[in-house]
Design a protein around this ligand. Structure first.
Ligand code: DAH
Length: 341
């Protein structure tokens, strides 16, 4: 039995020293010290020994067990260290390699223009108000003095959401004139930017969704001179101090008198070129003195108060400012386009 124990000790120690991985060590643990292991098997023969031999052999078996356990523990520590070294080797980090620059987004060109415009109006004492894109027919048309047979009310022109034509996607930001006066009363000075919707086919200058900025000023003694002075000041902030403007008579149901404002073509100086389609002038907005009926529809007495309103398209402004030739580019969100601004 003594020889058996010695043989086990020798073979086990050699095997332990030769292990390369923790799993091999675990296998040896089972092989020698496990319930069905070799050392255990020897101990089971103790019963056959004489009473004198038993404690001696018992002591020896315990020594062998202790020696193997110790050797395994020591080997395990060595293997762990080796594994760590191998990992560090594999994961070397070169801190001198230049970092990767994260791609940062930026403001959409149209919102750059919108923020500029908001700033101009805020500096003139205007408030910014936003309103619903899903609007009532009443606000989009009726309270704005739009006759029942006006072509803009046609189903072919407007996105109606209900069969009875009561609810629609707003076709203009003008309903915000009504909402502003109803909620805030007068005097008032506000602009309202936002999306509007029309049943237009997509092409280089049309989209079924686009943006407008509405403006409204109502107070005692407001005249057409205020309209012209204010809009000239705004346009010169946007297009430069030497910009030449003109006001042409026009018709809108909610203003009387109504006009359109043109700027002299900044490309050709008024001679006529492709940018202004040979006209020498570029139309920038619609405006007018708020119709007395509109004021009355909002509970404002037109004999005491008067005001002016205006509305313009944001995309067209951005296209002019950034020399963008096709409206579709603004909405396609192609990074190659957007990265230029
Ligand atoms: N709502 C008009 C449109 O979509 C633009 C407009 C014209 C707004 C004259 C106004 C205005 O406030 O006074 O064509």
């Amino acid at each position: 039995m003594k020889e058996q124990l010695e043989a086990i000790r020798k073979a086990a120690l050699e095997s332990i020293a030769a292990t390369a991985e923790e799993s091999e060590l675990e296998a040896l643990r089972v092989k020698y010290l496990g319930k069905k292991g070799e050392l255990t098997a020897v101990l089971k023969q103790m019963g056959k020994l004489s009473p004198e031999e038993r404690p001696v052999m018992g002591q020896m078996a315990n020594d062998v067990r202790a020696a193997l356990e110790q050797a395994m523990e020591a080997r395990s520590a060595v293997l762990a260290e080796k594994a760590m070294e191998a990992r560090l080797e594999a994961e070397t980090l070169d801190v001198t390699i230049p970092g990767k620059k994260p791609a940062l987004g930026h403001k959409h060109p149209m919102y750059t223009v919108l923020d500029e415009i908001k700033e101009i109006f805020i500096n003139m004492g205007f408030e910014i108000m936003e309103g619903p894109e899903i609007e009532q027919e009443d606000y989009n048309f009726t309270k704005l003095n739009t006759p029942a047979d006006h072509p803009a009310r046609e189903w072919s022109d407007t996105f109606y959401l209900t069969e009875d034509s009561r609810v629609l996607l707003r076709t203009q930001t003008s309903p915000m004139q009504i909402r502003a006066m109803e909620t805030c009363g007068v005097p008032i000075r506000m602009i309202s930017p936002g999306r509007v919707y029309r049943k237009d086919e997509v092409d280089a200058t049309h989209s079924p969704m686009f943006h407008q900025i509405e403006g409204l000023v109502v107070d005692k003694g407001v005249t057409m001179a205020d309209l012209k002075g204010t809009l000239n000041a705004v346009i010169r902030e946007i297009y430069g101090p030497d910009t030449v403007t003109r006001f042409r008579p026009h018709h809108f149901p909610f203003t009387e008198p109504s006009c359109e404002m043109d700027i002299q073509c900044h490309k050709c100086g008024g001679k006529g070129c492709p940018t202004c389609k040979g006209e020498g002038w570029i139309e920038v907005l619609g405006a007018g003195m708020v119709h007395p009926k509109v004021l009355r529809n909002c509970g404002v007495d037109p004999d005491v108060y008067s005001g002016f309103a205006f509305g313009f398209g944001l995309e067209r402004l951005a296209m002019g400012q950034f020399k963008i030739s096709d409206l579709r580019l603004i909405f396609e969100n192609d990074q190659r386009f957007l990265e230029q601004f």
